[in-house]
Design a protein around this ligand. Structure first.
Ligand code: GLC
Length: 642
């Protein structure tokens, strides 16, 4: 037996207690002596807080100080409603990011938004290492979570404008109106390539041609991120949804009642690369800071695999071959779709290369599950360190360690005339003239006009989904100018009668303007045939066309996120009772006057179809180059006016 112990210590309980005290003292000594290991910024020291150091050195220093719990916390993104009752959990769990889904309008002003975010930021800064959080939002065509913000045409209209630089300017305005609210990160641009217009997200794409998305990705990413991510006019951009979200087959979706959204994209790898990967290459080359994985699956010949679990596509191709050095964020609760076994789902997604998980509700479960996977070796610490390094790199680039609180000095510019002018220019440039019998357009502005249709006086319809709420709404709080008000503004001398259902007397009218429209929708809710969105003209709008165009010369304007089935309502070109002029207005945003500008010749019509316009919806998928290609209006078609 070793040297005899004093009698007091021969009682095991006392002996162990004494040993415990001695051990604790030893650990404390180690911590105080060994720099870096669990050492906090006690006196504000710590290389990672030294803004004069290169970001990679700051990341390495901070990473070396972090516990595994703190690292996993940084990989966790939580929706505000899931944590608002326990804000201290941001500190407790070291949550890396918060978001609100679907650009939900939680607050009315930039200042109120910044105040909310700053509240959570204080919790993050109170954590041991004081790592600030990032706040993300779907500012995909303006920061529409603020009713007074400018709302731009959705991407399909920007694609029709065939002007990437204009799209970049639109992104820059959106970035300024987003960062002015204290928000650091937008989940945009969608560089998806919509190959079947029945997809409810067609309007989020620039069109069916990968070349369009390729041309737009760079200028738009640079528009959002600017030259300096620390600027109060820049936000981190997100290229989404990686990869192949726009190529899913109809009826291949297994998500709820969806038919095509989140389905399976069945292609050869070469086809996937040519059609859907190319825009991401442009976004990565433009320095995009984040990429969002797609809900969809790809089947390259060996059966469908969820992209969120695809190590080849995410790690080998995106991070390896394309050299993407930002971070990959999951989509909303998308990890859960990988497997009914949550641990397996978490393990598969993180090992595939997902760096941050948009949980977004049960964050404790996610954190404990991933910690268990690290503990068991299911996920390596190297993978965790890689993910956290990528996230921290963007946080340093955003300047969040130096300026963690919202800078609302740009709030006065939110919704400004200058910003609205850019949106009006974009709306006008996106207008696509598909028929113009007798050169009816442009109008002179001296006519007696009769305006009808569901899209004429509806901010909700002209802004569409992702506007103040996920699905958009007919009673949206969004401020703006309707198409009717735009007509009255651009043609003040015209005598305008408005009758949405065309029930008012028509006599005396020189020209009829019938604005037909889709009701707003987003994602798979908008999949044609999945519910109330079927890409056809509503009965009321069809009746308005028949009434008005049967009596006077008329122009039909289509407000929609994609082509709709319209041929049966047009009558033959040149026919007396037919539709004389037809305009695709897409989803023009808050500035309805942009739709009126080319109508009265204030600007030319010069839009070109970014997607093929089918005769019948059943003809989809319909893309230029298809065999027996027989659209009503071909991809790239558009009439011009002076
Ligand atoms: C959604 C969308 C994605 C969006 C995210 C956050 O489900 O797929 O585009 O950015 O959730 O709202």
């Amino acid at each position: 037996m070793g040297a005899s112990l004093p009698a007091l210590f021969r009682r095991p309980a006392i002996l162990w207690s004494a040993l415990a005290v001695a051990l604790a003292a030893a650990v404390v000594t180690v911590l105080l002596v060994v720099p870096g290991a669990d050492e906090g910024p006690a006196d504000g020291d710590g290389d990672y807080l030294d803004a004069s150091l290169p970001i990679d050195e700051r990341v390495a220093d901070l990473l070396g100080r972090m516990t595994i719990e703190e690292k996993v916390g940084q990989m966790t993104q939580v929706a505000v409603p899931a944590i608002e009752a326990a804000p201290a959990d941001v500190r407790e769990y070291g949550i890396g990011s918060l978001l609100n889904g679907g650009s939900e309008a939680l607050h009315d002003t930039p200042e109120a938004w910044a105040a909310m975010i700053d509240g959570y930021q204080r919790e993050a800064l109170d954590s041991r290492l004081g790592i600030p959080l990032m706040y993300g939002i779907d500012a995909v065509h303006g920061n529409t979570a603020i009713p007074g913000a400018v709302v731009f045409p959705h991407n399909i209209g920007l694609g029709a404008a065939h002007d990437p630089d204009l799209a970049g300017r639109a992104a820059a305005v959106t970035a300024a109106e987003t960062r002015a609210a204290g928000i650091h990160w937008t989940f945009a641009p969608c560089v998806c390539v919509a190959r079947d217009s029945r997809w409810g997200r067609t309007y989020e794409s620039y069109g069916e041609d990968p070349g369009l998305a390729f041309e737009y990705a760079g200028p738009v990413v640079q528009g959002y991120q600017g030259g300096d991510l620390t600027a109060n006019t820049s936000v981190l951009a997100t290229a989404k949804h990686y990869v192949g979200d726009g190529g899913t087959a109809y009826s291949s979706s297994t998500t709820g009642d969806y038919l095509i959204d989140q389905g399976v994209t069945t292609l050869t790898e070469d086809e996937l690369r040519a059609i859907h990967l190319a825009p991401f290459r442009a976004a990565v080359d433009a320095g995009v800071g984040s990429v969002m994985a797609s809900f969809s699956s790809t089947d390259l010949g060996e059966g469908p695999l969820k992209v969120h679990a695809d190590e080849y596509l995410i790690t080998d191709v995106l991070k390896g071959e394309l050299g993407f050095d930002g971070f990959v964020v999951s989509d909303w609760q998308a990890v859960d779709q990988i497997s009914d076994d949550y641990a397996e789902a978490v393990r598969a997604s993180i090992n595939a290369g997902v760096d941050m998980v948009m949980v977004p509700f049960e964050y404790q479960r996610f954190i404990s599950t991933l910690l268990s996977e690290v503990e068991s070796g299911g996920v390596s610490e190297d993978r965790i360190d890689d993910a956290v390094s990528r996230i921290l790199t963007q946080k340093f680039a955003l300047g969040l360690f130096e300026q963690p609180n919202g800078d609302t000095s740009g709030a006065a510019a939110v919704g400004s005339d200058e910003h609205r002018a850019v949106a009006r220019e974009a709306a006008a440039a996106s207008q696509t003239l598909l028929r113009n019998d007798g050169d009816l357009l442009p109008l002179t502005g001296q006519e007696r006009l009769y305006v009808a249709g569901s899209g004429a006086d509806s901010i909700g319809r002209q802004t569409g989904g992702w506007t103040a709420s996920w699905q958009g709404s007919l009673d949206t709080p969004t401020e703006g100018t309707t198409i009717l008000a735009g007509i009255q503004e651009v043609a003040p001398n015209a005598e305008v009668t408005f009758s949405e259902d065309a029930s008012a007397p028509l006599d005396g009218a020189d020209v009829g303007i019938v604005v037909v429209a889709e009701d707003p929708y987003a994602e798979g809710i908008g999949d044609a045939g999945a519910g109330e969105h079927d890409m056809t003209v509503s009965e009321a709008d069809a009746a308005a066309i028949a009434t008005v165009c049967g009596a006077v010369d008329c122009v039909v304007i289509v407000v929609s996120g994609r082509p709709i089935e319209i041929e049966a309502h047009l009558g033959d070109s040149g026919a007396a009772a037919g539709v004389d002029a037809l305009v695709a207005a897409w989803l023009p945003g808050s500035e309805g006057a942009g739709v009126a500008d080319p109508l009265f010749g204030a600007t030319p019509y010069d839009g070109r179809l970014p997607v093929s316009w089918p005769r019948l919806i059943a003809d989809e998928p319909l893309n230029v180059g298809d065999p027996d290609y027989d659209p009503l209006f071909a991809y790239g078609f558009g009439l011009q006016t002076p």
